[in-house]
Design a protein around this ligand. Structure first.
Ligand code: FMN
Length: 373
């Protein structure tokens, strides 16, 4: 039977499946439910010192469905937790009292003030939380207060804030990256250079879910108006995988003792396996839990176990990062293909070799032949 347990920054998790910050970790009650169901770790909804500034609206979600009506995309314009900091402090303590062996990670976010970051870290860690995730990535609402992705897209600011945090943190610190930048590696490098033990990626991708074609108003519609929000769920998985792969390459090359938590559209064991194959140590699920409930941990565990059994992998370390070796440059793909063709000494007649060979009559058939099996 494959062993799903992982050790990340010295923390022992029974499996790599972590509740991502958001509604599934929004109070002690649901965090306890996640532990009872068997999740490897829980990251709380993002906490700040002054929740009175956090004012949510309704509706705050919009969904995208595939032609079979299954949900593939999810937009939210939800802010961080609107629950008072003192309540969170009590609940962190209560959860750790009840589940001392389980891993509870506090997601925190503050304004660009050293005293605020030092206070939030010190007060949270007194409760016994096992690690921190710094939310540098919430794309809506909070950037107006220079919080969230407003910090996360500026490597210089990020480096400064991570240094404030790491000067006082006595438990591991992960920095959660925004995908709403051109090169995700730049802010990640800044966080790791400032001694964060790990990075998490990705948070949501800025989006406009759609326009109601009867009312002509954007969705989700609040009193007739809307704002761009954060896109999550299955549709973002390929983008998340690309970014996690790039971060894994950075960690391998320059920070080999640091860790990576992969996030974005994970709903089954195969999805998780892909993130582990491109170098993630753990995987997080947020929207999936909102759609399928906490019991989806069984699907995740069973699926990953089946994948490992199929390949005879006994532990996650046996295959973590295995697929990184197969990413290369386009020039290298061309060179490899030229060599393969020369070796085979046979040109494949039925495949497009040059753009001039595309035909109007056989266009779909020709496109089909160029798709990877
Ligand atoms: C409704 C909702 C609320 C979220 N709230 C937070 C949050 O408070 N802090 C945070 O770091 N990420 C938050 N996220 C982002 C998720 O943790 C995750 O990074 C993102 O949704 C992609 O993963 P997924 O496709 O599994 O949801 C939220 C996501 C959703 C859908």
């Amino acid at each position: 039977m494959p062993d799903l347990s992982v050790i990340v920054n010295g923390l022992k998790l029974p499996n790599p499946f972590v509740i991502g910050s958001g509604p599934p970790g929004t109070n002690a009650n649901v965090i306890g439910k996640a532990f009872d169901e068997g999740w490897g770790a829980v990251i709380s909804k993002t906490v700040s010192l002054d929740a009175s500034k956090v004012i949510n609206v309704q509706p705050r979600y919009a969904r995208l469905r595939a032609s079979d009506r299954g949900i593939i995309g999810w937009q939210n314009i939800e802010l961080i937790s609107d629950r008072p900091f003192d309540t969170w402090i009590d609940e962190f303590k209560r959860v750790k009292d009840k589940y001392p062996e389980r891993i509870l990670i506090a997601s925190v976010m503050e304004e660009l003030r050293k005293d605020a970051w030092v206070e939030i870290i010190e007060r949270c860690q007194e409760t016994g939380v096992d690690a921190f995730e710094l939310n540098f990535s919430c794309p809506h609402g909070l950037p107006e207060r220079k919080m969230g992705s407003a910090m996360g897209e500026d490597p210089e600011i990020l480096k400064e804030v991570c240094a404030w945090v790491n000067a006082v943190a006595t438990v591991p610190v992960w920095a959660k990256m925004t995908p709403n930048v051109t090169h995700i590696v730049d802010p990640a490098r800044a966080a790791l250079a400032a001694d964060c033990e790990g990075v998490s990626a990705i948070n949501t991708i800025l989006c406009v879910m759609g326009i109601d074609l009867d009312t002509l108003r954007p969705q989700p519609t609040v009193e007739g108006y809307s704002e761009p929000g954060g896109y999550s769920c299955r549709a973002i998985r390929p983008i998340a995988l690309r970014m996690v792969m790039e971060l894994a390459q950075l960690i391998r090359a320059d920070f080999p003792d640091r860790t990576l938590s992969g996030i974005g559209g994970i709903e089954d064991g195969d999805d998780a396996a892909m993130f582990l194959l491109v170098g993630a140590h753990t995987v997080q699920v947020c929207t999936g839990v909102m759609i399928h409930g906490y019991g989806m941990i069984n699907t995740l565990r069973d699926g990953l176990t089946a994948f490992m059994a199929k390949h005879n992998f006994a532990t996650i370390d046996d295959f973590r990062g295995h697929s990184l070796q197969y990413f290369t440059t386009h020039a290298d793909l061309v060179a490899r293909q030229a060599k393969a063709r020369a070796d085979a000494k046979a040109k494949r007649e039925d495949m497009i070799q040059e753009d001039s060979e595309w035909s109007g009559d056989k266009f779909v058939e020709q496109s089909d032949k160029l798709v990877s099996e």
